[in-house]
Design a protein around this ligand. Structure first.
Ligand SMILES: [Zn+2]
Ligand SMILES: [Zn+2]
Length: 330
């Protein structure tokens, strides 16, 4: 696995100034623990991992929706003090709504390493676009709106750093990287064993992201990955099962509020047992057949449903035309 070396800026500030600082535990519904904080950028969450305190080392998970760089920086400054960029940024995956502020933040913070799974690399280095979204899955306006989301490719080659094969990111020594493909080929989740805290990205979410009103209002409900971009449902189901087996006690996801305790465990168990009925759309481009991808991006994709329907209509018209011509010649 190729790993680029990137200079990590030294943590700035003075640890002695921390004694007066009190951490705001769960000041927002997106905060997960007293050292994992979250904010919502329009409808997608980013997380700040690190004990709060001026000058403390911290890591940003995902980079949120375009236009929210200032909101992310402001929360970071509240938690870790000014002029204290993160040690690293870790991407659960590279969908546009999770990397929207990345260029701007890197401009302000300097080139901190940006970690992603090697299978996400082609979409983050302008080598390949993502498999296109599938608005034919139904389930609400968000899937139709998915057409307007950019699918890249974006280029972060200068800072992109492959997650080590060991699954351990040096800047996050307590966390395990879990490969959770399906929603995106190189999608990852992060798990900390000591308090069973999970950052699940979009492997599963805590709101029905397929519906615009639930997505914006963040109605609480453990749900499979946002359907419009999920390009391999078998892998997505396996990934949810893998995460449920970790038996997480606290979770922050890419969409929806953070959840914890019994609520989370019951809901997650229910999601696993009812995944097919509740999360996989009844029809759609990637439902019967997954998009095939590798470290260079898309290899092959099933035809879009609408194309299949259009072709069926086209063949029907052609057959009708020929039949009509034959009859008129007689
Ligand atoms: Zn996504
Ligand atoms: Zn997302």
């Amino acid at each position: 696995m190729e790993i680029q070396t990137v200079d990590t800026p030294a943590s700035q500030g003075n640890a002695d100034e921390l004694s007066t600082y009190t951490a705001p535990e769960r000041a927002t519904p997106y905060d997960v623990t007293d050292d994992v904080f979250g904010i919502k950028t329009l409808f997608v969450n980013v997380f700040f991992v690190g004990k709060p305190g001026i000058g403390n080392a911290w890591t940003l998970i995902d980079a949120g929706f375009f236009g929210y760089a200032d909101a992310i920086r402001t929360r970071a400054e509240q938690l870790y003090g000014p002029t204290n960029p993160p040690q690293a940024i870790v991407l659960t995956h590279g969908h546009a709504d999770h990397v929207g502020t990345l260029h701007k933040l890197l401009k302000q913070w300097g080139n901190v390493p940006v970690y992603a799974h090697p299978l996400e690399r082609p979409y983050l280095t302008a080598v390949s676009s993502y498999p296109p979204p599938d608005p034919a899955i139904g389930g609400g306006g968000m899937s139709l709106m998915s057409w307007v989301f950019p699918i890249g490719p974006d280029d972060f080659s200068e800072v992109l750093t492959a997650i080590p094969a060991s699954g351990r990111i040096p800047e996050l020594p307590e966390w395990r990287v879990i490969h959770t493909p399906g929603h995106a080929p190189g999608h990852i989740s992060l798990f900390r064993d000591k308090d069973r805290t999970l950052i699940a990205g979009d492997a599963f979410v805590t709101t029905n992201q397929n519906s615009i009103s639930a997505g914006i209002n963040q109605t609480e409900e453990v749900h499979g990955p946002p359907a419009y971009f999920t390009c391999d449902w078998t892998a997505a189901e396996e990934s949810v099962r893998k995460l449920a087996l970790l038996n997480p006690l606290k979770v922050g996801t890419g969409h929806g509020v953070s959840m914890r305790g019994l609520d989370l465990q019951l809901e997650l168990g229910r999601l696993v047992s009812e995944f097919r009925e509740r999360s996989i759309p009844s029809e759609g481009r990637y439902v019967k057949e997954a998009a095939k991808t590798d470290e260079n991006g898309i290899i092959s994709m099933p035809e879009p449903t609408s194309f299949t329907i259009a072709r069926a209509i086209g063949i029907g018209l052609a057959v009708g035309l020929v039949w009509g011509m034959v009859r008129s010649v007689r």
